[in-house]
Write a protein that binds this ligand. Structure first.
Ligand SMILES: Nc1ncnc2c1ncn2[C@@H]1O[C@H](COP(=O)(O)OP(=O)(O)O)[C@@H](O)[C@H]1O
Ligand SMILES: N[C@@H](CCC(=O)OP(=O)(O)O)C(=O)O
Length: 374
């Protein structure tokens, strides 16, 4: 610890989401390390004893399922990963249940899919579930529902899931625990890599080399998804501490360990957070200068009249990039038409489209509520 100061944003947090990665829960030989789970649970119980509510997002289902299935390492194929998660998730939650019981605490399992946190009706439902669990004094143990998630509807990493859960439960703090004690200015295996203790704005990350997963081979996203998760949470008003599971106790005591990402924005719709930080565009639409002004300055919906071209093979509902006249990305939105429908509509007014093709074609190409300016 460089100084004796305490982080107030941590010590005053009433509701905390903690995310722990597979690499912090497994032994070198593979499988869940009961001692690590036990040590983590002690820290969570300590936070609870101080009056904080805690939600744990825990990875490790796939890692826990490897040994019982006789697998030496994380399988590549989706079906095998789903099978390993199916076997491992029960074992993992069993461990947490036993460990929490030592402290007189109760675990509740919550398995989420992408839709549960990004679609409005599902989102309300998930919010209600968490609220009830916390009211009952339960510690929710969250993971992605790996056994039913397909590549298209998968988060794939629990870092961003944890950020969305933090938003969903209106958390005051997100603690990301990994096998590395914070964000470094480059991969920590690189000689001379330096720990970054605070991140206040994007510019603090300008020179940081953010790499993929570490040595252990069980983690998925590496630092990239952690930095993304921090951006999702902080951009929505939730500060983030990133450190190793070993320092979890110090981190929750407010000691200046790891990296603190300060909150930068205020709460915003979860769908838009997802759109901005976690979608892969399926294509693009090209805007004329007037449409760029309308979308960027007036925050208006994008109409067919201002579109000059279409790229890619997207379907209605997919995320697409909005490109300005020079090909620069000005925004991203959920498109209301298939790529194949659009060419016939381009440059034409909504009135004209309604008259010729019917009322269904009067709709915006991207509605302002489904659009983020980048
Ligand atoms: N700039 C960086 N700072 C810190 N760690 C980094 C950086 N770039 C890459 N990494 C790697 O990211 C790894 C953590 O990611 P991962 O293995 O996915 O963890 P987890 O299982 O906790 O989610 C670290 O072990 C580290 O090797
Ligand atoms: N849902 C998967 C974990 C995915 C994941 O994000 O893993 P990690 O990078 O270790 O946090 C599992 O439980 O195995």
């Amino acid at each position: 610890m460089s100084d004796g100061s305490v982080r107030d944003v941590v010590t005053t947090a009433r509701r905390i989401v903690v995310k722990v990665g597979s690499s912090s829960l497994t032994t070198a030989a593979g499988g869940i390390d009961p001692e690590r789970v036990s040590a983590l649970v002690d820290v969570l119980a300590g936070a609870r004893a101080r009056g904080a509510e805690v939600v744990l997002v825990s990875s490790g289902a796939i890692a826990a399922g490897l040994a019982p299935l006789g697998l030496a390492k994380r399988p590549r194929g989706l079906a095998a990963q789903q099978a390993a998660a199916s076997v491992g998730q029960g074992l993992l939650v069993h461990r947490y249940t036993e460990e929490l019981a030592r402290h007189g605490l109760t675990a509740g399992q919550v398995l989420l899919t992408l839709d549960d946190v990004t679609r409005r009706a599902h989102h309300r439902n998930a919010h209600q579930t968490f609220t009830k669990l916390l009211e009952l004094g339960v510690i929710p143990i969250v993971n992605e529902n790996d056994t039913v998630a397909t590549t298209e509807i998968r988060f794939g990493d629990n870092d961003r899931l944890a950020a969305l859960v933090a938003h969903l439960v209106h958390a005051d703090l997100l603690l990301l625990l990994s096998d590395v004690d914070g964000l470094y200015d480059g991969p920590p295996s690189r000689p001379g890599a330096r720990l970054i203790s605070e991140v206040r704005a994007d510019r603090d990350l300008a020179d940081v080399v953010v790499g993929s997963a570490g040595q252990a081979g069980v983690g998925t996203g590496g630092m990239v998804t952690k930095v993304d998760a921090a951006a999702i949470a902080t951009g929505s008003g939730i500060p983030v501490v990133l450190t190793s599971a070993e320092y979890a106790g110090d981190a929750l005591a407010g000691k200046p360990v790891g990296t603190l990402f300060h909150a930068t924005g205020k709460r915003r719709p979860i769908r838009l957070l997802w759109l901005r930080h976690a979608t892969e565009p399926k294509g693009a639409v090209l805007l004329d200068a007037g449409a760029v002004r309308a979308v960027v300055e007036r925050r208006a919906s994008l109409l067919a009249a201002g579109i000059t071209g279409v790229q890619g093979e997207f379907s209605a509902g997919d995320p697409v990039d909005l490109l300005g006249p020079e090909g620069e990305v000005v925004g991203r939105g959920l498109v209301n038409f298939d790529a194949s429908e659009l060419p016939a509509l381009l440059g034409r007014s909504s009135k004209e489209l309604k008259r010729e093709l019917g009322a269904a074609y009067e709709r915006e190409v991207v509605h302002r509520d489904d659009l983020v300016v980048l």
